[in-house]
Design a protein around this ligand. Sequence first.
Ligand SMILES: Nc1ncnc2c1ncn2[C@@H]1O[C@H](COP(=O)(O)OP(=O)(O)OP(=O)(O)O)[C@@H](O)[C@H]1O
Ligand SMILES: Nc1ncnc2c1ncn2[C@@H]1O[C@H](COP(=O)(O)OP(=O)(O)OP(=O)(O)O)[C@@H](O)[C@H]1O
Ligand SMILES: [Mg+2]
Ligand SMILES: [Mg+2]
Lengths: 227, 227
Amino acid sequence: VIRLTDVSKTYDTGAIQVQALKHVDLVINEGEFVAIMGQSGSGKSTLMNILGCLDRPTSGKFYLGEDDVSVMDPKELATVRNKKIGFVFQSFNLIPRTTALKNVELPMIYARRPKTERRRQAEALLARVGLADRGDHLPNELSGGQKQRVAIARALVNQPQMLLADEPTGNLDTGSSLEIMELFTALNSEGVTVVVVTHEEEIAAYCGRVVRFKDGQLISDLLQEPV
Amino acid sequence: VIRLTDVSKTYDTGAIQVQALKHVDLVINEGEFVAIMGQSGSGKSTLMNILGCLDRPTSGKFYLGEDDVSVMDPKELATVRNKKIGFVFQSFNLIPRTTALKNVELPMIYARRPKTERRRQAEALLARVGLADRGDHLPNELSGGQKQRVAIARALVNQPQMLLADEPTGNLDTGSSLEIMELFTALNSEGVTVVVVTHEEEIAAYCGRVVRFKDGQLISDLLQEPV
Ligand SMILES: Nc1ncnc2c1ncn2[C@@H]1O[C@H](COP(=O)(O)OP(=O)(O)OP(=O)(O)O)[C@@H](O)[C@H]1O
Ligand SMILES: Nc1ncnc2c1ncn2[C@@H]1O[C@H](COP(=O)(O)OP(=O)(O)OP(=O)(O)O)[C@@H](O)[C@H]1O
Ligand SMILES: [Mg+2]
Ligand SMILES: [Mg+2]
């Protein structure tokens, strides 16, 4: 269970001050499939970075289950990040001079999984996202949508309890997008909590709930029948 | 006028060989508004890099107007790239430690335009894409869709004859996407040739022609009534 209570986030870099999130209250229960929508610049990635324990709120409380994340020690936080959360970044964040296969294996190296197991799991996930024949390519030898799919495979490789995906289909054709959403739906039916940022209504249609942001504020939160 | 005749592109990096484009014939006349569509990995960005004089075909001919691009000298080619073509990269390619405003001014520096003129034009274009208040942000202080819009502004700043945009709305909400397509439509009505790679039918609907790729081959080329 994720609980954000009166969460605000201000970026303050001297000359620049931006209130990216303003007094956000949000509860996401285990097993939900939630879409986050809103205009460009409305705070979606900022929210995802907080949920993914990659950044901290400026004010307010963030609970993961019973735990107040702001008082977790760094070791505890790293364990949550590496083992419980799978994160697909909006700009993929692949390691440049590292093959697709090695990029997907990386989280398993942090989780200290055995070498043969890592290899097998990475190959299986690359095949699952349609990239079985691209494992030995470097990121700059992959198309935009292929990089995006490597980032998705990498997020799934430690079988996370929660998947946070920031615009996971932004660079994908319709066919590939629907395949990815089918994959997320399958994971969700196995109990994985899935939160997806998207700007496409056909993608949000796979979710059971749509939360909308505008200028850093949560402006609507509606349940729906997934398509 | 762009003329590709029997153009193929193979990426050959020792262990890896990929035929990204196979025997492509394509003519785009001045003033057209063309959408390029196709699955992830089907060769669209490869095509755009060739059209933008950023990469060369492995075989076949590429004519820009009367000129065979393969026999142009580097100085001529640089002039075409910097002054006649505006290019929006799929991954934006902004300069990291440089403000949005400076990123947009960069092509005008190469074109040796006066400082005051550069500043005014850059500010006007940032305002046009809705980022008037983000000029002093660095790329890592911008949202995904904001970075994309800076890349669009930068492509327009030398008033190019041809605009090549690779997935220019991939990170934009519907409202911002339609604003960008209205902007491109306005430019096209002023005589700018516009070629847009997109995977969204609602975006392709703004174009007068849709060219589709599959596995490196051009599989269909149809005129349509723009919406
Ligand atoms: N430098 C490279 N070396 C080897 N293969 C490459 C290289 N760049 C691209 N490729 C391969 O060439 C094919 C075409 O790539 P391209 O980037 O043109 O696809 P695309 O249609 O733009 O895809 P997307 O919609 O995912 O952006 C892909 O299968 C890709 O893996
Ligand atoms: N490091 C930073 N410093 C200053 N401002 C920032 C920083 N990061 C983001 N911002 C600003 O915070 C606001 C919210 O950014 P965020 O990335 O969360 O938006 P978003 O909803 O994900 O947008 P998009 O749909 O374009 O990806 C934006 O206006 C952005 O300019
Ligand atoms: Mg974002
Ligand atoms: Mg591409």
